[in-house]
Design a binder for this molecule. Structure first.
Ligand code: SF4
Length: 331
């Protein structure tokens, strides 16, 4: 990614990563800001300017480090080296939190975050798994910062604990030769190719994602598949059957043997509808009043009967191809 402009907190230039980024992007305008959380000239832009906002890079330091308990693959969600993303998935969960300011923010105080993480892990009486990618896509971030090898290598200095992160990107090469000690769980999100093309704008193709999955499994990472988010477009049964056929045909035997699967149905919102209507007027409409119902706080989810049909179909189709016990949860 080549950002069009960089907004930065001046103190970030005191950190090694801040210095590196300054040298790497020396030909791009750098604009000083007080606080990455509140950049008024960006916050007040029109929704229609969302794609241009996604071309920006924001550099700051992370000030809040609160770990939130989680009960899926990880034990805690850990705010880490970035939030936001340069891609523009029409349903992106980050838009609910950051609205149109869901551009990529990099936090340069990674040493501080790592120290805290290692301390937390060493102090715990049981082996904990930390989700470090719940606010961004670390594989994408890594193409700019090269943070992931640094994170994995440094976390291996802890006595125990595991890291996990999801992705929709295929650029996994820098991770393949790392000494991860089997303590990293990589989860690749997949969807039918037509959904990727029309809805997950700016992410890697299905073919490339599946290649990346096999490479990571080959490099002895624990690898999971996220069928996420399941989007119940009109021909969804056909599309998801084709996707599962494709996975069955293309995933390596090594991957199939060790994989686990998470299934997450799409949540949409009023904010998405407003931004998408203004920023992507020709895109596919994801809101469907007949299929969806309100879920509080301006959010929508699929109606119960459709949702149940979806859960049963996806569960059975996955189990038929990949065997019993691979699905971790459906939510
Ligand atoms: S790749 Fe993930 S973080 Fe980026 S826009 Fe899509 S859903 Fe959001």
């Amino acid at each position: 990614m080549r950002p069009t402009q960089i907004y930065y907190e001046p103190t970030t230039l005191e950190y090694p990563l801040g210095k590196e980024l300054k040298a790497k992007f020396s030909d791009i305008p750098w604009i000083p800001i007080m606080n990455h959380n509140n950049i008024e000239e960006l916050r007040t832009k029109e929704n229609s300017e969302f794609p241009e906002l996604k071309q920006l890079l924001i550099i700051g330091t992370r000030k809040t480090h609160k770990y939130v308990e989680n009960h899926k693959v990880s034990d805690f969600l850990v705010p880490f080296t970035s939030s936001g993303c340069t891609a523009m998935c029409l349903y992106c969960y980050l838009v609910c939190n950051y609205n149109k300011c869901s551009y990529l923010r990099l936090f340069v105080n990674r040493e501080q975050m790592m120290e805290r993480l290692i301390r937390n892990s060493n102090r715990s009486t049981k082996e904990l798994t930390y989700e470090i990618g719940s606010n961004s896509d670390l594989i994408l971030e890594n193409t700019i910062t090269n943070n992931l090898p640094w994170i994995i290598e440094n976390f291996m200095k802890s006595q125990k604990g595991k890291l996990t992160f999801p992705s929709k990107f295929s650029m996994v090469e820098p991770l393949l030769t790392l000494n991860h000690q089997g303590r990293v769980i990589f989860r690749m999100s997949v969807n039918p190719e037509s959904i990727i093309r029309e809805i997950e704008l700016g992410t890697s193709s299905l073919e490339h994602r599946v290649e990346a999955i096999n490479k990571m499994a080959d490099a002895d990472y624990n690898v999971g598949i996220l069928i996420a988010p399941v989007i119940l477009v009109d021909n969804w049964k056909e599309l998801y059957s084709e996707l599962f056929d494709y996975l069955e045909a293309k995933l390596s035997e090594k991957m199939k043997k060790q994989m686990f699967i998470e299934v997450i149905f799409m949540t949409y919102s009023f904010v998405h509808r407003k931004i998408n209507a203004d920023a992507f007027p020709d895109s596919r409409e994801l809101y469907d009043a007949e299929k969806m119902t309100g879920r509080g706080m301006g959010k929508y989810c699929y109606r119960n009967n459709l949702r149940q049909d979806g859960e049963i179909f996806i569960h059975d189709e996955l189990e038929r191809r990949f065997g019993i016990g691979k699905i971790l949860y459906i939510c």
